[in-house]
Design a protein. Structure first.
Length: 323
């Protein structure tokens, strides 16, 4: 079996472990439906073993990290936490002694969310590109200048090193591991079983255009933004959106920019291109994607896509569709 070891410590973020663990368990369930044996076994380890309380107050039973054998450490992932528990984990001698050895022999190692700080403190991330929680990107870069922090990706794969951004992105990373270890169909079944909106690729931003707007809870355009995301193929020019909002074009443009931080045109293009990336990663044709997101004909999609991302949509699809 492929053992996935989560390194935890007092105050760790529960979802950093429970989310990915649910993915691996779901993959085992999907295999059983096919008459195949389970592939994953999840193991929790801590400095001294025993029950370790998470930040939510729920405790999880763990094994001593020093007692792990290389035969049961195919994947080693460090859970994240808030600042104080994280600092204590970074200074924990048992973790500091065992983790470099585990990382050296594992098929892959990495971290969920801010767990990368623990690896970086041991010099295990020097020269690598990593992802971490959006709120920790700047502190991470200042504390560990030899590490390249990618502030835009949900998760980053750099050789044997796998790191994810904030909290729920550990689920996205775990799904990518399942697709890599088994196949994309099983990963898709797990995502469907967990009622996820989509299997998000690693290159996707931690913040979708819709989420960025929703962060401002008092936005007067919350309903309109939801409608835009659901109707990307419709006419989404300023006159049409202003009419839907019941405002004059000038007033709508001014208020929308103030509420979202982007002009209506920029917001719509971002939403369309964000969805286009997801559809292209599924292997869809440029023609169908262009029609779906309202950037038809395909030449219009290609122009906007290359201007924004520096790569043609065709090349992007070829690079990511098989992942």
């Amino acid at each position: 079996m492929h053992h996935v070891v989560f390194i935890v410590y007092p105050g760790f973020e529960l979802l950093d472990v429970s989310g990915p663990a649910s993915v691996f368990n779901g993959a085992n369930r999907a295999l059983s439906w096919r008459g195949k044996p389970a592939f994953y076994k999840v193991v929790l380890a801590s400095s001294q073993g025993g029950a370790i309380k998470s930040s939510s107050g729920l405790a999880m039973e763990t094994r001593p990290v020093a007692g792990l054998r290389s035969a049961e450490t195919q994947s080693v992932l460090v859970a994240g936490a808030e600042r104080e528990p994280l600092l204590q984990a970074m200074a924990d001698p048992a973790i500091g002694k065992a983790l470099p050895q585990l990382a050296a022999t594992a098929d892959r190692f990495g971290a969920v969310c801010t767990g990368g700080f623990v690896l970086a403190a041991l010099g295990l991330l020097d020269g690598h590109r990593i992802a971490t929680h959006w709120d920790s990107c700047e502190p991470f870069t200042k504390a560990f200048p030899k590490v390249v922090v990618d502030p835009d990706s949900l998760y980053v794969v750099d050789g044997r090193l796998w790191t994810s951004a904030g909290v729920t992105t550990g689920i996205d990373m775990a799904l990518a591991m399942v697709a890599h270890d088994l196949d994309a169909a099983i990963a898709g079944e797990v995502a469907k079983r967990l009622v996820l909106y989509a299997r998000r690729p690693g290159y996707q931003s931690q913040f979708s255009p819709v989420l960025k707007a929703q962060v401002k809870g008092d936005s007067p355009f919350a309903d309109l933004i939801g409608w835009i995301q659901s109707n990307l193929g419709a006419s989404l020019d300023v006159p049409s959106l202003a009419a839907r909002a019941g405002l004059s074009e000038r007033t709508f443009h001014r208020r929308f920019a103030a509420a979202t931080g982007e002009t209506p045109a920029r917001f719509v293009e971002t939403a369309r291109l964000d969805t286009a990336r997801m559809l292209l990663s599924r292997g869809l044709s440029l023609k169908s994607v262009a029609a779906e997101v309202g950037l038809f004909p395909p030449a219009r999609l290609a122009e906007a896509f290359e201007r924004r991302f520096g790569v043609t949509p065709r090349l992007f699809r070829d690079m990511h569709a098989a992942l």
